[in-house]
Design a protein around this ligand. Structure first.
Ligand SMILES: Cc1cc2nc3c(=O)[nH]c(=O)nc-3n(C[C@H](O)[C@H](O)[C@H](O)COP(=O)(O)OP(=O)(O)OC[C@H]3O[C@@H](n4cnc5c(N)ncnc54)[C@H](O)[C@@H]3O)c2cc1C
Length: 350
């Protein structure tokens, strides 16, 4: 990890969580460090390393700021959509700017994921029109909606609110409204807001894939696998803070801290190996189990940090980053696929 980026993140982590002030500076710093090209094939302008290298970037960022790690994930998730798209013209048009961070990518696909899991109806409808399609509806949440411009990945249902396809939506089309930032309890510096689409004309050149039912499972290892880095990094930061709070004193907590550290290393190893050999595509149950385990590991690590700090955890001046990490861990349980969603999917696959 670039040292100046780490210094900036450490200096701004609390503000990135509690404030919207640095929301546009954050992705600029990530781009400057060249991180968006990590794990992207050289033929597409990337660094040619395996996808697991991007998991390590997510984890490395999450050790310092989950807001930074999640914004990175959002941009990287949209890049993963583009790389998997059969629409090579769209890829050539957008990927170079996404890799350099000149264009912001906002993944607005949790509605489609919930729809495919039978948990929600499609919130955007496309009606055929002479100039392509007319879109109406909302994206309830999307991160990385930079005010000066973005492209969002969205799912669009047909007039029966069925058969979703996946599109890239540029910010500057007539009828696209980026709502004000959501009033979040945490991760406020992530440019997270809703989008409203009022009779937006979109032509076929923006189509990422004609069938979300085929496309979303195909990108799930990248989408969900990269998310695992969020919890690994956050947990490592909490365990480090827990150890620091204990000092060199022997403690009843040391064994649990060491065991969790070993658990993170083992999960990371399993995830990275099976992401890179492509086998997770055929093993959705293993992928979802790892993703659920990541949330549990992060929650357990934050709990150990609290136990190591004792009462200091509740003192503003002495808690270090504990309060922020506790909020960040709560976020991990509700980001799509949420813990409830994962439990439902795993029960179905059992
Ligand atoms: C900071 C932040 C940034 C975000 N950024 C994005 C983004 O960039 N893109 C995006 O698309 N979304 C984003 N989201 C949205 C997020 O990822 C989730 O979609 C949302 O937070 C969870 O949806 P939900 O409230 O419906 O919770 P869910 O957990 O989906 O649903 C809650 C309810 O449904 C029930 N339920 C869930 N699963 C099942 C089941 N299988 N069977 C029965 N009942 C079930 C639960 O018990 C609960 O009552 C963001 C959210 C946050 C907080």
């Amino acid at each position: 990890m670039d040292e100046s980026l780490v210094a900036w993140l450490d200096g701004h982590a609390d503000k990135l969580d509690s404030d919207t002030l640095h929301a546009d500076a954050l992705p600029a710093h990530l781009a400057e460090a060249g991180l968006f090209a990590v794990g992207v094939p050289e033929s597409e302008g990337g660094d040619g390393r395996p996808l697991s290298a991007a998991v390590d970037v997510v984890a490395g960022l999450a050790e310092h700021s989950l807001s930074a790690a999640f914004v990175y994930w959002a941009q990287r998730a949209v890049i993963a959509c583009m790389l998997a798209s059969p629409n090579r013209d769209l890829l050539r048009r957008l990927v170079p700017d996404l890799l350099r961070g000149r264009l912001a990518g906002a993944p607005g696909l949790s509605n489609a994921m919930k729809f495919l899991g039978g948990l929600d109806r499609l919130r955007i409808t496309g009606a055929a029109a002479p100039d392509g399609m007319r879109l109406n509806g909302t994206v309830a949440w999307a991160t990385n909606l930079r005010r000066h411009g973005f492209v969002a990945a969205i799912a669009v249902g047909d007039e029966q609110d069925d058969n979703p396809s996946v599109f890239a939506l540029p910010h500057d089309l007539r009828g696209v409204t980026r709502e004000p930032d959501l009033d979040l309890l945490a991760l406020r510096g992530t440019n997270t807001a809703a989008l409203r689409l009022d009779d937006v004309a979109l032509d076929a050149s923006w189509q990422i894939h004609p069938q979300a039912r085929v496309f979303l499972p195909s990108i799930r290892p990248a989408f969900v696998g990269l998310q695992c880095g969020l919890g690994f990094g956050l947990a490592r930061a909490s365990l480090r803070a827990g150890r620091a709070a204990l000092g060199n004193r022997p403690s009843v907590l040391c064994g649990e801290i060491d065991a969790l550290d070993a658990d993170i290393a083992a999960c990371r190893q399993t995830l990275c190996a099976s992401l890179d050999d492509g086998s997770l595509r055929e093993r959705p149950r293993d992928l979802l189990t790892l993703r659920l385990r990541m949330v549990d590991i992060a929650a357990a690590a934050v709990a150990l940090e609290l136990q190591a700090l004792g009462g200091r955890a509740l003192l503003r001046a002495e808690s270090g980053g504990y309060a922020r990490r506790a909020r960040e861990a709560a976020f991990l349980a509700v980001v799509t696929p949420t813990v409830a969603h994962l439990k439902g999917d795993l029960a179905r696959l059992a």
